[in-house]
Design a binder for this molecule. Structure first.
Ligand code: FCB
Length: 443
């Protein structure tokens, strides 16, 4: 299964999860509170990128990737209001230059879940002030780093951020303004996105700017009937479509409001899709909409993280076609410390991408989450998403079999029956039926 010669083969990380010692971030303060992170884990040095991202970039280059998605930690760049840290900007320049020198195209995320502590104290997305602060931060970053970056993501997973932070309680800060706060913040996040979009485009008209939108499949449990299916459709609209629709037409949709946000309409050059799993929805009052138990026989990744459902990637790509923009898979992966499921996961998800490309759907790249194990937010170090495994105590790294598989894929721009036979023989009859050994009949 061949991929186009200009395909982006990437991996993805986020600043707070890999850099280490982000002491001015709201997540750093959050981690110190008892009960916030599974097993009381701390990010600490994380994957030590602030000191030595280069070690993993070398590995990414050896793997044959030609793209990497990373994020900037606002709290490093502006540790206090209006105080910009030139040394931090220089360090980011060195990391980005290091990527370019290795033939790895940077895709840079401006907001990936974490905020400067001072911003939170001023009210962040609960207040209009966030707009000017965010705009100024983006202006600074574009001025200092823009010449090295051709692809930008303004906001990572806005709906995940809003739900976790305003309703779920797994993201900081401890105050939970609830649904009303979420509604207001929805509009402010969109306004921040629009502002960042235009700041970047004004300075670099050829830069591509988009968002990374987490798009799960929401489905009614088999046999749920018409009401269950209608409800799954509503959840899909609320979580997956409302934000995208606002970016298309520039208006807040009910129940998030009705107003028009200036300069928001058509403010994206590509659709970034983060795809992980399918959720079965359940009816209910309140915000508990997701089943946490799966039908018998479902393959679920470590820590009950989610169902492995590769065909869902094809479905979400198809669902993004009406936006009429290039599509990047900006995250896709699974927690699998033992690397038992990952090789088949990679092969099968890339097969869905390949199928989409065969139909001339404009999928331009794939960024696997993640290059190396990192601090997985409220789940700490309990979930290992890396192609490369990491011991956070010693910082020792080991390539998982999946890293070797991804290397073969990236170098050859293809997935092959040999790869399936070597790394995930159970996929051979599924993906390459003609090349699988003939079935043995029992009589
Ligand atoms: C996504 C986040 C990313 C990482 C992966 C596993 O929702 O964007 O930071 O936590 O999940």
């Amino acid at each position: 299964m061949l991929f186009p010669p200009d395909f982006r083969w990437g991996t993805a990380t986020a600043a707070f999860q890999v850099e280490g010692n982000n002491t001015n971030s709201d997540w750093w303060a959050w981690e110190t509170q008892p009960g916030t992170i599974l097993n009381g884990h701390r990010s600490g040095l994380a994957s030590n990128w602030w000191a030595n991202a280069e070690a993993d970039l070398d590995a990414a280059a050896e793997m044959g990737t030609n793209a990497h998605r990373l994020s900037l930690e606002w709290s490093r760049i502006e540790p206090e209001p209006s105080v910009f840290d030139e040394a931090a900007l220089e360090r980011y320049r060195a990391i980005l230059q290091g990527m370019v020198d290795r033939g790895i195209e940077p895709m840079v995320t401006l907001h990936h879940f974490s905020n400067p502590l001072w911003l939170v104290e001023k009210g962040d997305f609960n207040s209009e002030i966030v707009l000017d602060y965010f705009g100024r931060y983006v202006g600074k970053v574009v001025d200092r780093l823009g010449d090295l970056v051709s692809k930008w993501i303004t906001i990572n997973e806005p709906m995940v951020y809003l739900f976790m932070r305003y309703l779920d309680g797994t993201f900081p800060p401890p105050q939970r303004p609830g649904w009303y706060g979420l509604r207001e913040a929805f509009g402010r996040l969109l306004a921040c996105h629009a502002r960042a979009y235009h700041i970047i485009k004004e300075a670099y008209p050829a830069a591509e700017v988009g968002i990374a939108k987490n798009m799960p499949i929401f489905e009614a449990k088999p046999g749920s009937g018409i009401v269950g299916r209608w409800w799954a459709g509503r959840i899909d609209w609320l979580f997956n479509r409302a934000w995208m629709g606002a970016m298309v037409n520039g208006r807040l949709p009910p129940p998030f409001g009705r107003s028009t946000i200036p300069h928001l309409a058509n403010s994206f050059d590509f659709v970034g899709i983060n795809y992980y799993t399918r959720f079965y929805t359940k009816l209910g009052l309140g915000f508990d909409w997701i089943e946490r138990e799966w039908p018998a026989g479902t393959v679920v990744s470590d820590g009950n993280y989610g169902e492995i459902y590769p065909y869902g990637l094809y479905r979400v790509i198809k669902s993004a076609l009406p936006y009429n923009k290039p599509i990047y898979i900006t995250e896709n992966g699974l927690p699998d410390a033992a690397d038992k499921l990952r090789p088949a996961f990679i092969l099968d998800h890339l097969r869905q991408v390949w199928q989409a490309i065969c139909f001339c759907f404009p999928v331009m790249g794939y960024y696997h989450w993640s290059l190396v194990d990192n601090f997985e937010w409220d789940r700490g170090w309990t979930q290992r998403f890396g192609l490369i495994s990491l011991d956070p105590d010693t910082q020792a790294r080991t390539w998982r079999p999946s890293a070797h598989l991804y290397k073969e894929i990236c170098h050859s721009y293809s997935i092959s029956s040999d790869m399936a036979a070597t790394y995930a023989p159970e996929m051979l009859p599924v993906m390459f039926p003609g090349e699988a050994p003939a079935p043995v009949h029992g009589w």
